[in-house]
Write a protein that binds this ligand. Structure first.
Ligand code: AP5
Length: 847
């Protein structure tokens, strides 16, 4: 029975410690992919040297399984199912001894007295019995399932001496108090061997019930002796198998008990090699709206930090997804990404993943991850681990981030992120393949780690195919080739670089010298990879703007179109010649022009959505064009359910925080926004000989038609968390008085505030409720001031104050938003007492 290579004794089967996660959050998409995944699961390698860290099954051999548990814990009940599914030979010492007693053999005669009194029969009798049975060809070829053996340390030792190797030791746990009832009520069909219980599972009335018998040792009195014998020996036996042991709760319903056993055996069958490394929980691993964000020194400072979190992800996922499944891994290229990816790849192998798709150089932009999960190999991946802290700075003292995307390409929903967090609080071990060689991430190709296949893939191929299906590339190419059109794109040294070169450069012909900062760097060139007026300084200057979004003298010679992406390329900023397009306007204008300008929407747009703090520009378009409209909490994941509803797709959505996208994937998408704006430009300029209609003209025409929403955001970064909470509480303190004042409202800074509400979202698709999403102060005339605490920073709190007002009068639409909104800002600051509570006289950033 030497089925495992002897050099690998120290390796631990993954199944022995694997936790079992509920599968309630498995998306339909992921479950329907199971068939495809099975076909694509890699085959074990053959011809391996013994010192390679792989476990293989020798040809023709089955598993060695032991099922243990107290009398009547359900061993026999479960053995019937295991035998059926795994084809192993069932050897029940109890059944064999009872048969010997019935046959009146010498063995039977010797055993009878012991059995009748509930005592164990002498070791040597059962050892000889089992040793003989294990020699059979059937046991050798099909494998075996020992039920009721070994029951003592001597029996366990004797089994080991035969050379038989146990792959899986299942321990059924049922409290003694339940067992007496089970014993007394048990009945067995002597013809079929089927086990029944007079209360829990009565035999069918009539012939079967009539022939059922009760065992002579199934009395209350004898079971007490049997239990004593069990407790006297159990620890010594379990000690033998601690490396391959799985504890199973035997009090659940038989079907549920079997589900757990089956997963364990499925895992063991895949022969996943793993080293189980002891660990203990590390505090503070709760994911925010975009995953876990921490400072690099925090993550690197503890060698178990990353491992604990990654293991908790694996523990929280359904085992059916992981075992033999395909996982996408990649990141935005920030400091520590490559090192972390090597760890994640090893741990994926140790947890039973069948294949990993990792981006070349470890790079995959966030939207490309979503595209790969959804489309590559007909959607074969069960999910993705993405290393990104988005637009936060990188480098050794910068930020590190890690998040999980589910099989539909969307960021994990709360049910799963909460479960991951829960696992981080009780983790005791991580599964790793510490000695595995590093994967060469620099070359596209295939290798193996443990049993797992690693494919280093081009990070743009699948993403480009998705975008080609959305846009008219020849029309965009024609726009780019116009002699009177020029554009620049700033990848901010992030993951957008490779996509920009391939899509804008190679596919659309944008000159390479117009693609700025397209070489990814671990510290984003020392910059802050956030595509806004403050941080995309270089681009903003080239486009003829100052940090406040106002035109400079350079505007005259500036390119017609400019865009930037953030570190992981899901955000975007759109600029015209000396002109800034607010993200709130951007999504509204794309929605207004989508049908005419973008092939993806040729059949019409059915749904649009914006996050709560995004301006109302989209609302006006939705009403005019009769789109279903939704206002969601901040966080892209809230758009996911809506996008999955056919009646709302095609779907466009956006957030004021420079996020724009559509239902083509389940992440925001910077490059999609750039191509969408180029499509709007191409559509506005059908005649190549006519003067170019630029971004500014397009936006101003939109305002003239729909009105303008002036919009500004103040960020107060790294504020003391307690002070930030006090600011929010101060505003909540006005709830009662504003309710009392009714129509009179309350005056703040000379402006009349007529309502204050705390935003609460009820998902229209699944009715889930998300509360405390920000405080909205509404003023006479439609102006809004919104306060929100952001969860995307890595330390302290960020207070965001969003200010907006509406202007229909075209003559007044060209004013400077910052000036227009100053009185509203003063009113909001008075209402919140922010300056006094935080000690901040002015915001860190204004965008
Ligand atoms: P053996 O026949 O092995 O008896 P046992 O270990 O006491 O186990 P049982 O067969 O009573 O229970 P089970 O766990 O199989 O439970 P079952 O599925 O039937 O050994 C008998 C005797 O032989 C020993 O006392 C000893 O003398 C001798 N012997 C055997 N092996 C030996 C060895 N290695 N060394 C020395 N002596 C040895 O379920 C029980 C009942 O509960 C059924 O009615 C079932 O319908 C019900 N049930 C099952 N699962 C559930 C569930 N999940 N919920 C509710 N009810 C359930």
């Amino acid at each position: 029975m030497a089925r495992l290579l002897s050099a690998l004794v120290a390796l631990v089967m993954v199944a022995q410690t694997a936790a079992f996660a509920p599968s309630s959050w498995v998306s339909t998409r992921s479950t329907t992919k199971w068939g495809a995944r099975v076909q694509q699961a890699p085959q074990p390698r053959t011809g391996l040297a013994q010192n390679e860290c792989l476990v293989v099954m020798s040809a023709g051999s089955g598993m060695g399984i032991i099922i243990a548990g107290a009398p009547a814990s359900g061993k026999g009940t479960q053995c019937a199912r295991i035998t059926e599914d795994f084809g192993v030979v069932h050897l029940s010492t109890g059944d064999l001894l009872r048969a010997a007693v019935a046959a009146g053999s010498d063995l039977g005669k010797e055993a009878k007295g012991f059995m009748d009194s509930g005592k164990l029969v002498p070791d040597q009798l059962v050892i000889d019995l089992i040793a003989e049975k294990l020699k059979s060809d059937d046991c050798k070829t099909k494998g075996w399932l020992l039920d009721g053996f070994p029951r003592t340390a001597a029996q366990a030792q004797a089994l080991a001496d035969t050379g038989a190797k146990c792959d899986c030791f299942i321990s059924l746990n049922v409290p003694d108090s339940d067992l007496v009832d089970r014993v007394v009520g048990r009945r067995t069909d002597p013809e079929t061997g089927d086990i029944y219980h007079m209360t829990f599972n009565p035999p069918p009335e009539g012939e079967i019930a009539d022939r059922c018998t009760q065992r002579s040792d199934d009395t209350e009195e004898k079971v007490k002796v049997r239990l004593e014998q069990f407790h006297d020996n159990v620890n010594a036996v379990v000690d033998f198998y601690k490396d391959v042991k799985t504890e199973v709760d035997g009090t659940a319903k038989p079907d549920e008990v079997y589900t757990t056993i089956k997963s364990t055996l499925d895992a063991a069958t895949t022969k996943v090699p793993a080293v189980s490394v002891p660990t203990s929980p590390i505090e503070g691993m709760k994911m925010g709206t975009s995953g876990l964000r921490k400072k690099v020194p925090v993550v690197k400072g503890d060698p178990m930090y990353l491992k604990n979190f990654v293991q908790s992800i694996f523990d929280a996922l359904p085992k059916d997804d992981i075992l033999g499944g395909t996982l996408v891994v990649g990141g935005d290229g920030r400091y520590y990404n490559k090192e972390a990816l090597q760890t994640i790849i090893r741990m994926a192998a140790a947890n039973g993943v069948g294949r990993v798709w990792v981006g070349k150089e470890g790079l995959i932009s966030t939207p490309a991850v979503s595209a790969i999960v959804r489309e590559r190999g007909a959607g074969a991946a069960f999910g993705a681990i993405v290393l990104t802290a988005s637009h936060n700075p990188g480098g050794p003292d910068g930020d590190f981030g890690i998040k999980y995307n589910t099989g539909d390409g969307a960021p994990a929903k709360e049910l799963l992120t909460e479960s991951v967090y829960d696992f981080t609080t009780k983790i005791t071990r991580v599964l790793d393949l510490e000695d595995a060689e590093e994967v060469d991430l620099g070359t596209v190709g295939t290798s193996t780690v443990g049993n797992m296949v690693v494919e280093v893939i081009d990070p743009v191929d699948d993403y480009l195919a998705v975008l080609e299906a959305c846009f008219d590339f020849p029309a965009l190419k024609a726009l780019v080739s116009r002699p009177d059109f020029s554009m620049v794109f700033d990848a901010m040294h992030g993951a957008a670089g490779p996509s920009a070169k391939r899509i804008l450069g190679e596919a659309l012909g944008v000159p390479l010298d117009s693609l700025m900062n397209c070489v990814p760097s671990e510290d984003f060139g020392g910059g802050h990879p956030d595509p806004n007026l403050a941080y995309a300084e270089e681009l903003v200057k080239v486009m003829g703007l100052d940090g406040g979004g106002m035109q400079t003298a350079a505007a005259k010679s500036a390119p017609d179109f400019g865009a930037a992406a953030d570190g992981d390329a899901d955000r975007n900023m759109i600029l015209g010649k000396g002109f800034f397009v607010t993200p709130s306007d951007s999504v509204a204008i794309l929605a207004a022009n989508g049908k005419a300008a973008i092939p993806q929407f040729a059949g019409g747009i059915n749904g649009v959505a914006r996050s709560m703090p995004t301006s109302g520009a989209l609302d006006v378009v939705a009403e005019a064009l009769d789109f279903s409209f939704f206002e969601t909490p901040t966080g892209w994941k809230y758009f996911g359910n809506l996008m999955d509803c056919e009646q709302y797709t095609p779907f466009i959505c956006g957030e004021e925080s420079f996020g724009t996208g559509s239902s083509h994937i389940r992440e925001k998408d910077g490059m999609w926004a750039v191509l969408a704006w180029m499509s709007v430009l191409a559509n506005a300029n059908p005649d190549e000989s006519a003067p170019l209609v630029g971004i500014q003209e397009i936006v101003q025409n939109h305002w003239a038609k729909f009105g303008r929403h002036f919009y500004v955001r103040y960020d107060y970064e790294a504020v003391d968390s307690g002070a930030a909470e006090e600011v929010m509480e101060t505003i909540r303190g006005h709830f009662a008085s504003i309710a009392n004042e009714g129509d009179k409202g309350i005056m703040f800074g000379g402006m009349k505030c007529n309502s204050i509400e705390e935003f609460l979202y009820v998902d229209p698709v699944d009715d889930s409720v998300t509360s405390k999403q920000g405080l909205i102060l509404s003023f006479v005339g439609g102006a809004r001031a919104i306060f929100r605490l952001s969860g995307t920073g890595s330390e302290g709190a960020t207070i965001r104050l969003y200010l907006e007002s509406y202007e229909e009068d075209v003559a007044k639409q060209s004013a400077n938003p910052q000036e227009v909104l100053l009185p509203l800002a003063a009113a909001a600051l008075e209402a919140s007492n922010l300056a006094a509570l935080t000690g901040r006289a002015s915001p860190t950033v204004i965008t």
